[in-house]
Design a protein around this ligand. Structure first.
Ligand code: TEU
Length: 539
């Protein structure tokens, strides 16, 4: 069933799929995925039933951060293909009613962007003020803020006698949104892409654009909503465009500002409160702690009830920055298939727009590599900094195995054959050895595969208004093993029951409707819950 995209808010009924182009499908044997590769897999994605593709950055870039460091916003990174390939992708996707959602990195660009190269020339260069500078002596940075990938947020440029500000790597200088000329250039660039026919945008770290370094404010700065309203008015003028803002600092109240109709900012947010639940309090994502299920339930409940009628959220547990959820909150051994389906049921039954990350639909897992085989700069900087700070190297490696971003970036597993059918060359990041059993070809041949389960979830969402409209009620909030909730509209109801553990669990304290489940990950029903069992009733 296809969505009518002329309808206002069509994206509230949509399911999106994220592609990390570097790892999706190579066609020219250089070991790196490309746009023709994506085009060649559109029929596969169409079969899954998705309505749009969020494409991680494909613009010209030195690739210090895999394309999140853009040196030309209006050119394609040649290793991925040409502008003609991009136009063909947009066109071929549209033929299948699939929208292309471009990844806009507006908080920073590359230090190789002509704006920054100009800015470096002199303090009075017209582009100097496109970036964030503070005077200094090269000894003491303006303050002690630490960059996301390690080191200071300030890098000194001796011939200017100034530091520039970078939230991420030094090669990713932050853009100065206080400058109206810079903002205008960004809006014009966005209009260029709207003109090419993209269906919308994912906005990288958009809550960071209104920074105030003096007050150490990066996220949620005082002018954030003013900037977003201007951006939306000037660049996202068409009703049908979908926009999703990445906002690590969002809570429910802030998300209302981003995503409510009255505020006219974005369609929806990516918020991350549920993503940080299995780390030590006060620690970083590397400081591992087990997930306590009631925390996850309460967190998701607060988003479900908090945004009801007041905003719109996204649903995800995977992306290119996160480990594979089946390895994280499921069981990637004996119950990989059951737990992958269970996690999908829990998530897709909720209100908001689901995002599937490439490979999630076949249950791809984390990987463990020797340090030198990882590519992500975050992993290498973390290892260097933590070992220098006295951490035990083996424990740092455990953190990397559990949380390193390359877990989600290993090449897509298409076949059991060489390099998983991803490339005929040498893959830029090792292919997971388990591709011999976990791959698309096998999934498509098995009617009980995770792939077909996702296909059904997507189809059900299109058939039943309760997915989009139902009010959420959490049942058994303190239960440490079962995640049970209801969704209700006046005419239609949903009950979702998930067992998050390998141990069986009772069912007799749950009121079960007298109908067959619309979906379940065990073929025969029983009177108790088996390992990672999931059921979705619609009645
Ligand atoms: O990520 C934003 C971000 O703050 C984190 O996800 C970060 O990448 C890391 O996981 C923290 O440990 C976005 C992009 O999704 C990411 O790939 C980029 O590296 C980052 O912005 C910079 O553009």
């Amino acid at each position: 069933m296809k969505l009518d995209k002329t309808k206002k808010d069509w994206w509230q009924s949509a399911v999106f799929y994220q592609i990390y182009p570097k790892s999706f499908q190579d066609t020219d044997g250089d070991g790196i995925g490309d746009l023709p590769g994506i085009i060649s897999r559109l029929d596969y994605l169409n079969k899954l039933g998705i309505d749009g593709i969020w494409l991680s950055p494909v613009c010209q870039s030195p690739q210090v951060d895999n394309g999140y460091d853009i040196s030309d916003y209006q050119a394609i990174y040649p290793v991925f293909g040409t502008m003609e390939d991009m136009e063909r992708l947009i066109h071929e996707a549209k033929k299948r009613n699939i929208s292309i959602i471009l990844d806009l990195v507006l908080n920073h660009c590359s230090d190789q962007h002509p704006w920054f190269l100009e800015a470096l020339k002199s303090r009075d260069n017209p582009y100097h003020d496109y970036f964030v500078w503070r005077d200094g002596d090269g000894v003491t940075p303006p303050n002690d803020m630490m960059a996301c990938f390690g080191g200071s947020m300030w890098t000194y440029v001796p011939h200017l006698g100034q530091y520039y500000f970078h939230h991420f790597a030094a090669q990713q200088p932050d853009l100065n949104w206080e400058n109206p000329k810079l903002r205008r250039e960004l809006y014009d660039m966005i209009r260029f892409w709207v003109g090419k026919g993209v269906g919308g945008f994912r906005l990288d770290v958009i809550d960071q654009i209104a920074k105030v370094p003096e007050e150490k404010i990066t996220a949620n700065g005082p002018r954030l909503h003013e900037f977003l309203q201007e951006l939306s008015k000037e660049a996202f003028c068409e009703e049908g465009l979908v926009t999703v803002g990445e906002a690590w600092g969002a809570n429910v109240e802030r998300a209302k500002l981003f995503s409510s109709r009255d505020c006219k900012e974005l369609s929806m947010v990516f918020q991350f409160q549920h993503i940080g639940l299995d780390q030590q309090p006060g620690g970083e994502k590397w400081d591992l702690a087990p997930l306590y299920l009631p925390d996850l339930k309460k967190c998701l409940e607060s988003w479900q009830t908090g945004l009801e009628h007041e905003g719109w959220n996204s649903l995800f547990m995977n992306n290119h920055d996160l480990p594979r959820v089946v390895s994280r909150w499921g069981n990637d051994g004996a119950f990989r298939v059951e737990s992958a389906k269970m996690l999908a049921t829990m998530l897709h039954g909720l209100q908001s727009t689901p995002y599937i990350y490439q490979g999630e639909e076949i249950g791809m897992t984390n990987i463990r590599l020797p340090l030198e085989d990882y590519v992500d700069l975050e992993i290498h900087n973390l290892y260097r900094d933590r070992v220098a700070a006295g951490y035990n190297p083996a424990s740092v490696m455990e953190s990397i195995y559990a949380r390193g971003r390359d877990n989600g970036r290993t090449p897509m597993q298409w076949t059991a054959g060489e390099n998983a059918g991803f490339t005929t060359g040498k893959a830029w990041l090792p292919v997971n050895e388990n591709h011999t059993s976990i791959n698309v070809e096998a999934a498509l041949e098995d009617p009980d595969s995770i792939f077909y389960y996702y296909q059904k979830l997507i189809a059900l969402r299109k058939q039943h208004a309760v997915f989009r409209e139902g009010c959420f009620t959490l049942l058994l909030p303190e239960d440490e093993q079962r995640f049970v909730y209801r969704r209700d509209t006046e005419n239609e109801h949903m009950l979702v029951i998930c067992n998050f553990k390998e141990e069986p669990a009772p069912l007799d304290d749950i009121e079960i409707p007298a109908t067959e489940p619309a979906l379940s990950n065990y073929s025969e029903l029983s009177d108790y819950l088996r390992p990672y069992e999931a059921r979705m009733y619609i009645f």
